[in-house]
Design a protein around this ligand. Structure first.
Ligand code: GLU
Length: 582
């Protein structure tokens, strides 16, 4: 798609139709709480909750619930996610893993037919792709443990948007168009998002009373309203007998009411690493995000990037990312099922071993995984996973970040996996079910094969970075496996190249994931920056596509905060602060 056209159309349509009259301002500096999301309604919801005295966790859930209405193709209660929280009073970071789990009927052969992997897109649009959703339970745990408000208060702004509706913008319409074929297969989804089988057009007012109903039930009865009773039955039925349009046929799933009733979020310790005097707190397994970002930063720490010519430094960034991806792909999966060598992967000595493989002048390709076992506390672990290439991973999802006046910070990435997830809208409840199970590797032997109750490996990397024990910035992005490189590159841009966060986010993104070529964005190939990197042997993947949609908050030394969203991508995001600096 022509991004320039997209952005200008979007700005135009917002000026004409913005229902809450909030300008899309991608950068805001001030004091009090702050929020950055990709949706102006979601940022407004977070601000409303902060202004009512809610804390960052309350406001993050309010924003997330609103994103479920305005950005239903990337996230919602039919999916799962990862929340990293800095608790100012306790001076600690904790994470809430509410990744979807595989239903109890899952086996390693679930995506095989006659011993062969089934086609990826066939797997996506199916009941079989749907994992037990974790979002509502995750929100519950976050609010109960670290919030100050309940569902009734924090869901109110989202219910309002779902009831009153919002104006479809160019991004929304484009994503619907891209999914027309998937959505046409399901009666409920066609009824909600298509008009006569075609995508809703920009300017359409879209209401979602069924989603408002789902949120109202959760507001009234708590998370149990989702995991037991009529809504749970509707979910199970939609998975096992998808609501098909006439003539359509898809693979059914096998989810039970017990799968839903037994779902639990996990409170996990963050992955902690250090980088040039900063403390980096990331998401642990089952997301590979925190470990992969930390390993790449550990490799890069051995170079004085800011003193090097820019192309030389960028070459090193790409090569460090390549090495970290080789290790991620080989070793990482759900830690409750796989003994992943995380301590080894995070060790500075292991990073030094990996760094030694980098050629200062020449790009490698398809590097082998390293041996982190020698760097484990107990180096005797005998079971080493077989190395195989990567399963396809699709780039979607949403990331948001919120801080409050007490200094609490939330960095939150959540998803339904592909754009539009499995494509199945739950009858009567207006939300799309995820296809997160396609994040498993379809065949083994590999750490990330499907198993009953297991959480598929993720790339989500919500991150909070501290300096001298105090928050310095938060960062995160959607984008499938490119999440890791977007977070890594933005940190390097900001910390090493000294770019203000808005420049760090707006800079062209390069994503090297140990392939034969590097993913780049439209307009990059042919640029002076591209040519300088080609001299090192780097090659660019085609077609170029926009990468990620980052959101960040910077805690400035003078006590002010700067919220930063995308200034160019995904139709421009919205950053707000409670009290704007003039
Ligand atoms: N399923 C993806 C993951 O967990 C979602 C992230 C994305 O697509 O952006 O890594």
């Amino acid at each position: 798609m022509n991004k320039t056209l997209l952005v200008s159309t979007l700005v135009f349509s917002i000026v004409l139709h913005a229902p809450l009259a909030i300008a899309k301002t991608p950068v805001a500096t001030g004091s009090g709480g702050a929020v950055a999301t990709i949706s102006e309604q979601a940022s407004a919801s977070a601000l409303a909750i902060l202004n009512k005295g809610g804390n960052a966790v309350d406001a993050a859930v309010a924003a997330a619930a609103t994103l479920g209405v305005t950005d239903p193709f990337s996230c919602g209660i039919g999916g799962g996610g990862f929340m990293v929280i800095y608790l100012a009073k306790d001076k600690r970071v904790i994470t809430v893993d509410h990744r979807e789990t595989a239903p109890s009927a899952f086996t390693p052969a679930v995506f095989l037919e006659n011993g062969k992997e089934i086609d990826f897109e066939t797997a996506v649009a199916s009941g079989a792709a749907v994992g037990v959703p974790g979002t509502v339970r995750g929100w519950h745990e976050a609010l109960e443990r670290y919030g100050t408000m309940g569902f009734r208060q924090v869901l109110a702004p989202a219910i309002d948007v779902a009831d009153k509706g919002f104006t479809v913008n160019e991004t929304f319409s484009h994503l619907t168009r891209e999914n027309e074929r998937k959505f046409q297969q399901f009666s409920t989804t066609s009824a909600l998002y298509l008009r006569n089988g075609k995508a809703v057009t920009p300017g359409t007012r879209l209401r979602n009373p069924d989603m408002a109903k789902a949120y109202r039930e959760i507001a009234a009865r708590g998370y149990q309203a989702f995991y037991a009773g009529p809504m749970a039955r509707a979910i199970v039925e939609a998975v096992n007998q998808p609501p098909l349009a006439r003539g359509a046929s898809v693979r059914a799933g096998q989810m039970t009411l017990a799968d839903l009733a037994n779902y639990e979020a996990r409170i996990r310790q963050p992955v902690v690493s250090s980088y040039r005097g900063y403390q980096v707190y990331g998401m642990p397994l089952p997301s590979s995000g925190g470990v992969a970002v930390a390993e790449a930063l550990n490799i890069l720490e051995g170079y004085d990037l800011k003193a090097l010519p820019r192309a030389q430094a960028e070459h090193l960034y790409l090569e460090a990312s390549r090495l970290a991806f080789a290790d991620r792909n080989a070793y990482l999966a759900d830690p409750e099922y796989v003994d992943a060598p995380v301590a080894g992967l995070l060790s500075k000595d292991f990073a030094a071993r990996r760094r030694a493989l980098i050629d200062m002048k020449r790009a490698a390709s398809d590097v082998a995984a390293g041996d982190p076992y020698a760097f484990q506390d107990d180096p005797s672990i005998p079971l080493r996973p077989a190395q195989r290439p990567l399963q396809k991973e699709s780039p979607h999802t949403t990331h948001l970040t919120v801080s409050d006046k007490e200094g609490n910070v939330v960095s939150y990435t959540f998803t339904i996996e592909s754009w539009g997830g499995s494509g199945i809208v739950v009858p009567g409840y207006g939300f799309l079910l995820n296809n997160e199970m396609t994040d498993f590797d379809f065949s083994g032997p590999r750490p990330n094969v499907p198993e009953a109750g297991k959480r598929p490996r993720s790339s989500m990397a919500p991150t909070i970075v501290l300096k001298d024990g105090k928050p310095a910035f938060s960062i995160g992005s959607p984008g499938g496996a490119t999440i890791i490189t977007t977070v890594l590159q933005t940190i390097v841009n900001h910390v090493d190249f000294g770019m203000p966060m808005n420049e760090a986010i707006d800079a062209p993104r390069l994503s090297e994931r140990n392939g034969a070529s590097t993913s780049v964005e439209p307009g990059f190939a042919g640029s002076a920056q591209a040519k300088a990197l080609e001299a090192f042997g780097h090659k660019w993947e085609a077609p170029a596509e926009e990468i990620g949609a980052a959101n960040a908050i910077v805690f400035n030394p003078d006590g002010t905060v700067t919220a930063v969203s995308e200034g160019k991508r995904h139709g421009v995001g919205t950053a707000l602060v409670q009290r704007r600096a003039h």
